[in-house]
Design a protein around this ligand. Sequence first.
Ligand code: TYD
Ligand code: MG
Length: 458
Amino acid sequence: MAKTKSAYFCQSCGYESAKWLGKCPSCQQWNTFVEEVVEKSAAHVPTWKSASGQQRLNKPNKVEEIESANEDRLSTGDVELDRVLGGGLVAGSVTLIGGEPGIGKSTLMLQLALNISRRKILYVSGEESEQQIKMRAERITAQPKAACYILTETSTQNIFKQIEQLEPEILIIDSIQTLHSSHIDSTPGSVSQVRECTAELLRFAKETATPVFLIGHITKDGAIAGPKILEHMVDTVLQFEGDRHHIYRILRSIKNRFGAAAELGIYAMEGNGLREVSNPSEILLSQRDEELSGITIGATLEGARPMLIETQALVSVSAYGTPQRSATGFDTKRMNMLLAVLEKRCGFRLSAKDVFLNIAGGIKVEDPAIDLSIVAAIISSHEDISISSKICFAAEVGLSGEIRAVNRIEQRILEAEKLGFEKMFISTYNMKGFDKNKFSIDIITVSKIEEVFSVLFG
Ligand code: TYD
Ligand code: MG
């Protein structure tokens, strides 16, 4: 019997070492090394072999001589998912979907498996029983459009046996962390298992041109569990996120070899599955009849998609010695910076005030163009003067109180115009090379934060 061979792997980045280390030399994390058995079967043959069983030998070709493949994209029947994938599914692509437990990864994938018309789909689950999946499928749809097969199996070798018989056109793996390959001795979910199983599935996808979806768990820090190289191996990485207490979910592309990264799809989780939200601004703006202080609207851009989002602020006298600062959906450090700018440049006394910020709809915004809207909401609440709901903002605020330009301003203006806004505050520096007269919305350009307040509050 062959001697068992083991190695230590960093659970964070997948770095391999012969001995245990306290600190990973690659990702600098402490205490991440775990021993894993890496003994492989004597003759390690790839599990998925091409029909002939022979390895192809590739020759170098001149780039002009390579035939450009007319990339046929397969529509998934889900507009949001198609957009995030860059216009549909590409043959032989491997897509990894990460997200917190209970966010709806399995629901999204099952919905895709049921709704894509006239295709044969294999949904492999290592997490749930057939009955559980059946129950969920019944909630989603009464009439599946596709031939969707469910397999509860965790061994990749067995999965490939079934695939050879069934020949599915799309493969979905409900959680890569539950799979194990018999070529490797370590437990499912360990770095070497995840890596091996992904490599086998990757080989299968490329050789048969079958699109594969992998659902991945995430760690408590929000990264996809398993080695970082997992993200390098696959073609596309999507992140499913949102607040579990809200119904809205966001599908974000983090990496995409076949389309733009940072694309975004929005869903609402309802009683019968996920519903696509095609006009996000309408739901992100709360319908209010009266004007309230502390509420403003920012024109943000997520991916290539403009969205008008309501920002809310509450500024009140602090009851304790140390004022409280809290932000939901916005970076707290950035909020503190904006408060310091207001204090120093505009003379608002905010240091003894509690400040609470909230982005409506449970959405997280990273676009700096929301800055001006947040600043205006804070002052509106501080002064207790409401700002008309027909006004929106799109500009970044710099440390010296300057109003900075933001990208794709025309797209933001068009969206605001479409939604019936009457006035929009943007940076003077955004005016280069465009004519504001071509928009019917009233554009107010500002270069200093003080100007914004003199225009707003007189
Ligand atoms: P699930 O898809 O199991 O999440 P994950 O695979 O990411 O862990 O998530 C399901 C959650 O969504 C669960 O809490 C129940 C809820 N849900 C609905 O609200 N409506 C539905 O139609 C379905 C199928 C699930
Ligand atoms: Mg699940």
